[in-house]
Design a protein around this ligand. Structure first.
Ligand code: PEP
Ligand code: MG
Length: 755
């Protein structure tokens, strides 16, 4: 069964669009189950009716014509109940509804299962037989499994249809693809697809702008690969027998002009760009070899893939050198990373879409810092087909719109204009203090990582840096930066903000932040080797970093050092011991400066329960609510599938935040927060009431939070906190806070879906 399932899913995956996918499904399911009829009914988004969309065995002329409302007929019943209906004799069932002309009179046995994707009933898959019998349990299990596996593929195919190759950009049916909010804001722009390095399966499809140029690029890439392979063969020359040597010729022969190479050239001549032509031809040949029975031939698939990948790498290299970005670029990729953001000039970048990842992935955090509207986890987006298409993204609600209707686009444009007006309005707050109506001061600091953040932060009126993510400069390199390189980077940060305090967090890698030159591969990375665990295991990395920070601080004295992911007291003590040691060393070397304040992040539940024990040993505490939420709620912050369970206002999270504030107060240690919650006006009001001493956030959020806090009295915020702390659900907390903001004239900070 597994094999059959796998084959069907693979075939459907390769379909050109929805109709093609559904035709494959009905044909292959009927075959696999040995039934007489297999049909699919799909829900029409506009009418809500289940339309007869594909069949094997019934009247094909009725496809696209016959339909049933939800709850109507057996198909409607399956959809409404969201469970299988298995009947020996369909027409005896009270819900049975006769559909004239589809030709099902002869068929008595009926088995229908819903097709559900992300809680949404997309349609119903039905098999029928003339013989009066109940389908047995294994039939039912097969169809249910089939439908569960196909749901995602169907959802994907639905969107793919909207961007079929034969539809030119700007045409095609409107499609809305759900993802999760990454960074707030609306963007309307042109998609530029970034593909992972040398991945034949992720090459964007597009037409060649200049065929001769593409042909030349392909030939040059081929020559480079031939040279490389030849060089390997020559190096091994003396160790190889002539027969072995001949293998290299066979290997290179694959790309010969008379073989695969010729096919690629043919596609380029027909109008494809070189990378697209190469990937299409290579994938076909890889599939062909993989299907072969003979193991020697089967293994040739590996050679073909290897050669194709090498040629692609050269093509990408050449393309990168020539690449130019349109105005209002919307960068789209399977998994965008911090370094992909570095490739495009900021003034050209309007938005980001990542197929993988979630709102708390680090690329989303960076996007928020840069103020770039972003949608994450758009899993159904056929992203390789989007190159040069107009795309609208709604970073508030996490949706991507393709081919939007003019009125929808107009509405987005209005929201965009309103946002701009709000930003201008907030600029006037820049030099005003963040102070409640009754005079309580709340310092607003920023989270930084890129040099670009510095100017933005100062422009927004930041009073300090609550979190400098030192891993970001590490992520943007191809090796560990030396102590001296680090010193310069840190010096720039410290100098830019001096005399304001700058809190530098020691290297926090692992989880979703892996350095290309120091890969950490684990099944469960967020529970694995992360943050302080890595650096304590590699004291040479930790010590070099601390020394660089201390040296950079000379003469400025605005450095604070912060430790991430601490789970127990010994980790903290060990790290502090290393910091003290580094300090003694650099002082001996002649560097002047006091030991800077040392703080600890509260990011795991263990640290919440041990907050007092930790606080007693440090100069300041800072809650990393992004990780704390993920660990308290057991929701991977990077996984779009569970993104709707990641509630930063979950009552358990609020209890933890209040408990940490209380513990720090008891130990007389200042408490701050540097997770994303601090930058949310709703969260900020509660944190104020809980007694947080500093809120540190991305620069973009700072003016909004300032505006919110300048509009409230501390007493009111405390009353509000008391109310929400008695609530049991995150949704209720959110509603209370929305009401509060509205009553205080801040409804502009609440975003409702555009449609
Ligand atoms: C956090 O976890 O809240 C935090 C600030 O750290 P990061 O987002 O970099 O993991
Ligand atoms: Mg963290």
């Amino acid at each position: 069964m597994l094999e059959t399932l796998r084959h069907i899913v693979q075939e459907v995956n390769a379909a050109e669009g929805l109709d093609d996918a559904l035709d494959i499904i009905v044909r292959r399911v009927r075959e696999a189950m040995g039934t007489e009829v297999c049909s699919v009914y799909m829900r029409d988004a506009n009418t809500g009716r289940y339309v007869f969309r594909a069949t094997e065995g019934l009247n094909e002329e009725q496809v696209g014509i016959a339909s049933l409302a939800a709850g109507e007929g057996l198909v409607g019943l399956v959809a409404e109940r969201e469970e299988p209906v298995n009947l020996e004799n369909a027409e005896n069932h009270p819900s049975f509804q006769f559909l004239p002309d589809i030709g099902e009179e002869r068929y008595h046995a009926f088995l229908g299962v819903p097709i559900i994707h992300q809680r949404d009933v997309l349609g119903v898959l039905v098999v029928q037989q003339a013989h009066r019998r109940r389908f047995d349990e294994s039939d039912e299990a097969f169809l249910v499994t089939m439908s569960a596996q196909l749901a995602g593929v169907i959802a994907h195919a639905q969107v793919t249809g909207a961007v079929q190759e034969d539809i030119s950009p700007g045409e095609g049916a409107p499609a809305k693809i759900g993802g999760v909010p990454g960074a707030p804001g609306i963007a309307i722009g042109t998609a530029v697809v970034v593909s992972p390095i040398a991945d034949l399966y992720a090459v964007p499809q597009r037409q060649a702008e200049d065929r001769r140029q593409e042909l030349r690029a392909f030939r040059e890439a081929l020559q480079s690969v031939t040279r490389d392979v030849q060089a390997v063969a020559d190096n091994l020359g003396s160790q190889l027998s002539p027969e072995d040597h001949a293998l290299f010729d066979v290997y290179l022969g694959i790309l010969d002009d008379s073989a695969i190479g010729a096919e690629v050239v043919g596609l380029i001549r027909a109008g494809q760009w070189a990378q697209g032509a190469l990937s299409q031809v290579m994938i076909e040949h890889i599939r062909h070899f993989e299907r072969m029975e003979h193991s020697y031939l089967k293994e040739r698939a590996v050679d073909v893939k290897d050669l194709g990948t090498r040629v692609l790498a050269y093509l990408q290299e050449a393309d990168k050198e020539e690449r130019s970005f349109p105005d209002q670029t919307i960068l789209v990729g399977e998994e965008l990373t911090a370094s992909s953001l570095g490739e495009i000039p900021r003034e050209k970048l309007a938005g980001l879409i990542s197929v993988r990842g979630s709102g708390n992935s680090h690329v989303a955090i960076l996007a928020r810092a840069m103020g770039v509207p972003t949608v994450m986890g758009a899993v159904d987006l056929p992203y390789t087909r989007l190159q040069d298409r107009e795309v609208v993204i709604d970073g508030y609600n996490g949706t991507v719109h393709l081919n939007p209707l003019p009125e929808v686009k107009q509405r987005f444009q209005e929201v965009l204009d309103e946002d701009l007006a709000l930003t201008l309005d907030l600029e006037s707050l820049r030099d005003l203090p963040c102070e409640t109506l009754d005079g309580h001061r709340m310092p607003l600091w920023v989270n930084t990582g890129l040099m670009a953040d510095v100017t933005r932060s100062l422009e927004q009126g930041a009073e300090g840096v609550g979190l400098y993510r030192t891993e970001i400069p590490f992520l943007l390199r191809d090796r560990f930066p030396s102590e001296e390189e680090q010193r310069q980077i840190y010096r720039n940060q410290l100098e830019a903000f001096a005399p304001r305090p700058v809190t530098m967090r020691t290297l926090d890698i692992g989880g979703d932040k892996s350095l290309p030159y120091f890969p950490i591969e684990e099944d469960n990375p967020f529970l694995g080797w992360r943050g302080i665990r890595v650096t304590l295991d590699h004291p040479e990395i930790f010590l070099a970093q601390i020394r660089a920070m201390l040296k950079a601080n000379e003469g400025l004295n605005n450095l604070r050092i912060m430790l991430p992911m601490v789970c127990n007291v010994p980790e903290l003590e060990e790290a502090m011991e290393l910091i003290h040691r580094s300090h003694r060393e650099v002082v001996q070397e002649g560097v002047e400066g006091e030991l800077p304040p040392i703080g600890v992040m509260v990011e795991v539940p263990a640290a919440v329960y041990q907050a007092r024990a930790l606080a007693r040993r440090v100069d300041f505490m800072s809650v990393g609510s992004n990780d704390l939420t993920q660990y308290l709620l057991a929701v991977d912050r990077n996984n779009a599938r569970v993104a709707d369970l990641y509630h930063s206002l979950h009552p358990a999270v609020l209890q933890a935040l209040a408990a940490v504030a209380e513990a720090s107060r008891e130990e007389n240690v200042p408490i701050g927060i540097c997770g994303e919650l601090a930058g949310d006006p709703e969260g900020a009001v509660l944190l104020l009431a809980m007694g947080y001493d500093v809120l540190s956030m991305n620069a973009t959020s700072l003016p909004k939070v300032k505006k919110a806090l300048r509009n409230v009295h501390l007493g009111e915020a405390r009353d509000l906190l008391e109310e929400v702390m008695s609530l049991d659900r995150a949704g209720e907390v959110h509603q209370h806070l929305e009401r509060f903001l509205t009553e205080h004239g801040m409804e502009k900070f609440i975003h409702n879906p555009v449609e």
